[in-house]
Design a protein around this ligand. Structure first.
Ligand SMILES: Nc1ncnc2c1ncn2[C@@H]1O[C@H](COP(=O)(O)OP(=O)(O)OP(=O)(O)O)[C@@H](O)[C@H]1O
Ligand SMILES: [Mg+2]
Length: 756
């Protein structure tokens, strides 16, 4: 007997047998290391397969919810009042009569602006329009409108049986309020895409009323639009009237000022006056120039003759056409007299009377000439003086005219200012007046760009409730709710349900998946059939066990589970039977000293057994019994001791396993569950291997995890797990999981050779 029985060679002969395909899963785990531990997020990651499995698993609940929703949908449809819909189409045209040329007037802007149409849509649902319609159609006085009767099939049937309930009298105001709210609620408007068409829809339980209200909504809307426009122009008109009044006063005042100024300044026509004065100034300028020349000539002549004594120096020309003849005559007669005197001087002496007479005549002629010269000089001087006077007069006249012109110009500046102010006021007044006239015309115009294209028609059939649609919606809602419920249940169900989960969450290979038996079948009876799914599953588990370690099946191993009743004893017994069938000598020990059941399964009494040996009262060989199954011997628990953990912790347990190592090829130990008890851990610590059994959809993940963790601390080799009571359909796998349906493969062909 070696010190460490676990170091002994395992049963290598079994590992030589061929491995069925089902064992590959378990093997691959060992070869490629532990399976990755699933995270919470991964757990609920929805792929199609998972979803399908989930749906299959919860198909009853989903089906139930869908049915419930359909029933609710049908009831809701039957109890709903049928509603009729009537609609009117309005064109929001831009073809308004262009009364005004002024494009700035908002009222004449085209109405195809999307914002404006959107505004129309909102206005249709306005309270004022609803009020207008209620007033127009006197809806507040219509009892069936204010207190609608439920016209559903169910309600009609009820009314037929029990009669209609009596109505409470209500005030007009309250009825009107209800009517308005009803109209608003049942009215809808929408824009026909990419057009200027508006559709007003009204729904009502009475088809005729739906039609009437739809029409009233359309005409009321158009009228309300006109009224609003009229109100807007009225405001503008009042404003303009006020403005006109003010501007008019200003204009009158400025015009009065212009007239008063003209009067005061004696300005008849300022422009004429300025022209006259300018002309006069020009003429005076010319005249003054001429006068200056004349004066210069006269002055020159005067300066020439002023100091002349001798008549010969007197110029001829200046005396004019009359004077020269006299001077010339006098000069001629004097020349004659002088010639006569000189001729006679030769004959007569100067004192001679003839000579004296001649001399006197010559003197007289000189005297006459001198007088004549003086006359001429005087004429020239007076001409000069006259020229000077004229020049001076013209100069002063010119100055006066110039001053007058400047003065006139100065005055005209102020006059122009006053005139301009008056002109500005007039323009303002004219503009306002024009605008006022335009607005008055618009206010009176009935063209507002809205016209009815289609009036409301009488609806033939109700649009609501729609049976098919409601049913469809109920179906969709049912599926949604069902899936939601299934998801929720899946989320809150934290039990191990599938072998995949078991491998992923516990990190151990699953060596077998044992199907759940129907309630009416017992394990024993099903196992009697070697081709039953249960037998095949355990056979498959046996094979997987042979490959659970690189040395084949350990010489002994403990079968345990996290919680009670997971199928330990069933697994122990069935595996023993399976190993026995292939010629392996087996000893099954019931080490569950708290709730032993091996004897029950084997159908033998339990008056002595393991507890007797452990407590020191019996030899091991004496307590081994035949099971009736080929190659399988049994050691039942014996009487239940008060201190199972103490007994199991004694070295006798290890001794027992070691002792029978040579007698039996394999010892399988049935144990108590792990959680809350030390038994399984004690047994595991002395055995070569441990097999954990987990009941599908029953044990919470955390419990199995904790149990596995505790078992891992014992240093015994974790061979793997067996998922028992697996319901493929419940887990959503259908029949085609883990060769579940293949267990029946070849079932109909009876074997011609005896079983191994
Ligand atoms: N695959 C199966 N399908 C249906 N029922 C099963 C299956 N395996 C075992 N059972 C039943 O489950 C019950 C518990 O089984 P079993 O006694 O093997 O579990 P256990 O873990 O040994 O329980 P305990 O902790 O009490 O010892 C039994 O009634 C058994 O018939
Ligand atoms: Mg048991």
């Amino acid at each position: 007997m070696s010190a460490d029985p676990r170091s002994d060679k395992a049963v290598t002969t079994w590992s030589a047998s061929s491995a069925p395909a089902n064992a590959s899963t378990a093997l691959s785990r060992n070869v490629y290391g532990p399976a990755p531990v699933d995270t919470h997020a991964d757990k609920f990651q929805l792929d199609i397969v998972r979803l399908f499995r989930m749906v299959m698993k919860h198909r009853l609940i989903i089906g139930g919810i869908v049915c419930a929703c359909l029933v609710i949908g049908i009831i809701a449809t039957l109890t709903a009042t049928p509603l009729y819909m009537s609609d009117v189409t309005i064109e929001t045209s831009s073809d308004t009569v262009n009364v005004m040329s002024d494009k700035s007037l908002d009222a004449q802007q085209p109405t195809n602006d999307q914002a404006e149409i959107a505004t129309y849509v909102e206005l249709i649902s306005s309270r004022s329009l609803a009020e207008r319609v209620v007033d127009d159609l006197k809806l507040a006085d219509d009892p069936s409108f204010v207190a609608p009767v439920n016209r559903s099939l169910v309600a009609r049937a009820k009314a037929l049986i029990f009669g209609s309930p009596a109505e409470q009298p209500r005030s007009l105001e309250s009825r009107k309020k209800t009517a308005i709210a009803t109209v608003i609620r049942n009215t809808s408007a929408k824009v026909v895409k990419l057009s200027r068409l508006l559709t007003i829809t009204y729904s009502d339980s009475d088809p005729r009323r739906a039609q009437r209200i739809a029409d009233a909504l359309a005409s009321g809307f158009i009228k309300a639009n006109l009224d609003r426009r009229f109100d807007a122009t009225t405001y503008a008109r009042l404003f303009l009237e006020d403005q006109l009044q003010q501007v008019k006063l200003k204009l009158e005042d400025s015009e009065r000022k212009v007239v008063a100024y003209a009067d005061r300044e004696k300005l008849v026509t300022l422009d004429d006056q300025k022209t006259i004065l300018s002309q006069k100034l020009a003429d005076l300028n010319t005249a003054l120039g001429k006068a200056s020349v004349d004066r210069a000539n006269a002055e020159q002549l005067w300066l020439q003759v002023k100091d002349v004594k001798d008549y010969s120096d007197i110029p001829n020309t200046s005396s004019g056409s009359q004077a020269p003849s006299i001077i010339d005559q006098l000069r001629a007669s004097r020349s004659q007299l002088v010639a006569d005197y000189e001729s006679k001087q030769l004959t007569f002496k100067p004192g001679f009377p003839v000579m004296v007479a001649l001399k006197a005549r010559i003197d007289d002629t000189d005297q006459q000439i001198a007088e004549e010269v003086d006359k001429i000089k005087n004429t020239i001087r007076s001409t000069y003086e006259l020229a000077v006077q004229r020049e001076q007069a013209l100069a002063s006249d010119l100055d006066a005219t110039r001053a007058e012109l400047i003065d006139t110009r100065n005055r005209s500046v102020e006059y122009t200012m006053l005139q301009r102010e008056a002109d500005t006021n007039r323009t303002l007044y004219d503009g306002l007046l024009q605008r006022y006239k335009e607005i008055s015309v618009i206010g009176g115009s009935s063209a507002n760009g809205l016209s009815i294209v289609d009036t409301a028609s009488l609806p033939g059939s109700p649009y609501s409730p729609r049976f098919a649609l409601n049913l469809m919606l109920a179906l969709i809602a049912g599926i949604g709710l069902g899936l939601g419920a299934a998801l929720g249940m899946e989320y809150f169900d934290n039990t191990i349900k599938t072998p995949d989960q078991m491998e992923a969450l516990l990190g151990i290979p699953v060596l077998g998946v044992i199907p759940m038996l129907p309630a009416d079948q017992s394990v024993q009876s099903v196992l009697a059939d070697p081709h039953s799914a249960l037998s095949e599953a355990y056979r498959s588990a046996r094979t997987a066990l042979q490959f659970s370690t690189d040395r084949g099946v350990p010489r002994n191993f403990v079968v345990t589970s996290a919680r009670p009743s997971e199928g330990k004893t069933t697994t122990v017994m069935t595996l023993a039977r399976m190993f026995g069938q292939i010629g392996v000598k087996i000893l099954v020990i019931d080490a569950d000293l708290r709730n032993p059941s091996l004897h029950k399964v084997a159908g033998i009494e339990n008056s002595f057994g393991l507890s007797n040996y452990l407590s020191g009262g019996a030899e091991p060989e004496a307590i081994i019994r035949e099971s009736g199954v080929e190659n399988v011997s049994l050691m039942t628990s014996g009487p239940i001791p008060p201190n199972p953990a103490e007994l199991l912790s004694s070295p006798k347990m290890l001794t027992l396993l070691t002792e029978f190592r040579d007698t039996f090829d394999l010892i399988i130990v049935d144990s108590a569950p792990v959680m809350g008890l030390a038994d399984a851990l004690l047994l595991s610590s002395v055995a070569d291997g441990t097999l954990i059994v987990c009941s599908a959809g029953d044990t919470p993940v955390e419990t199995v995890k904790a149990a596995t963790k505790r078992l891992a601390m014992t240093n015994s080799q974790m061979l793997g797990g067996i998922l028992t009571k697996f319901n493929a359909q419940k887990a959503g796998y259908g029949y085609a999981y883990y060769g579940y349906d293949y267990y029946g493969y070849g079932k109909d062909n009876l074997p011609s050779l005896p079983a191994a």
